[in-house]
Write a protein that binds this ligand. Structure first.
Ligand code: ATP
Ligand code: ZN
Length: 299
């Protein structure tokens, strides 16, 4: 396949998004061989090549059409969108799909010993962050006049160093905040990873591959929670059993040889199947219950 027909996809080189991104691509069927420099991954069985870069560079690479697609945090994407808008050049990258990893939130936190009763407490305070635009909008919307101290890292230690009164940073479990005697008080943005694409039109061939990748991503995400459930039941118990099957629209009903009033029910459940559900199904008349993991799914 010649060079122009290969799709370039930007992924974080080393960080929290790296493993889940590479894992998602692998589940979508992409076999990558990494180059010697580790900066590129070449798709062996699909026309996708992966560029490993800093996550902050991903929106620009996609916007400027150096890469066709990118996997990046919504936090980085939205900060970039606001930054571009402030410079008078609106963002043109397109968010194609929300992904189920990279979950975190951009939050405001204050030292535990400081009183806090609502955003108004931030008036006249200095807030350290690496997300000045997202924080700026949050403050503006609430008419809070605070000073934004822009840092490039180690935001959580700024209050202890006397550089700020509060911080605005990414949080997932809150353990970093706790270790730094900070208390989370407001959420500025709920974040997760997203798949983005270039605004530049792609060739038909590339578009088809992007569509295929999207369908596979969809399938991979659905499969994670899904289970295949099989059981036997008296026909009369079917209405009750259908109500109990979690997240399954149309189960397959199969007659059982030699027992006219009993059937086998097979269904894909788009939610986890818990012991409690199985116990309720049994109570409703089901027997020979079997729950299997789903490996692939294509609607
Ligand atoms: P790079 O060297 O690529 O710039 P980084 O230090 O900016 O790396 P990471 O800390 O690896 O980046 O975070 C990458 C992304 O992972 C974040 O932008 C965010 O979308 C997501 N993320 C998920 N949970 C967290 C968390 N607890 N703290 C920080 N980021 C998180
Ligand atoms: Zn970064």
């Amino acid at each position: 396949m010649d060079k122009e027909t290969r799709i370039k996809l930007a992924v974080q080189k080393s960080g929290r998004l790296t493993d889940p991104s590479v894992d998602l691509l692998a589940r979508c069927g992409l076999k990558l061989s990494r180059g010697k420099d580790q900066l590129m991954g070449y798709g062996e069985n699909m026309p996708f090549d992966v560029l490993f870069v800093r996550d902050d560079d991903i929106p620009d690479l996609v916007q400027e059409d150096v890469c066709d697609l990118g996997l990046v945090g919504l936090n980085v994407l939205e900060e970039k969108r606001l930054e571009l808008a402030a410079r008078g050049s609106p963002a043109r990258f397109e968010a194609l799909r929300t992904l189920d990893f990279g979950r975190c939130r951009l939050s405001l936190a204050v030292p535990v010993e400081h009183a806090y009763d609502g955003p108004q407490s931030l008036h006249g305070k200095r807030i350290a962050t690496t997300y000045p635009h997202l924080l700026g909008v949050f403050l503006q919307q609430r008419r809070i006049d605070a000073e934004i101290v822009i840092l490039s890292g180690a935001v959580e230690i700024a209050p202890r160093l006397g550089r700020a009164d509060a911080i605005c940073d990414l949080v997932s479990t809150g353990s970093t905040l706790q270790a730094n005697h900070l208390r989370e008080v407001e959420t500025v943005l709920e974040s997760h990873a997203v798949l983005i694409r270039t605004p530049v039109p792609l060739s038909t061939e590339k578009n088809e591959w992007v569509e295929r990748l999207l369908l596979r991503v969809e399938g991979v995400q659905q499969v994670k929670e899904s289970k295949y459930i099989m059981l036997h039941a008296p026909r009369s118990a079917l209405p009750a059993i259908r109500r109990l099957l979690p997240g399954s629209e149309s189960p397959t009903i199969i007659p059982l040889e030699g027992s006219p009033d009993r059937v086998a029910v097979h269904a894909v459940c788009r939610e986890n199947v818990f012991w409690e559900t199985l116990e309720s199904l049994k109570k409703a008349g089901a027997s020979a219950l079997l729950v299997l993991p789903v490996e692939k799914m294509l609607a």
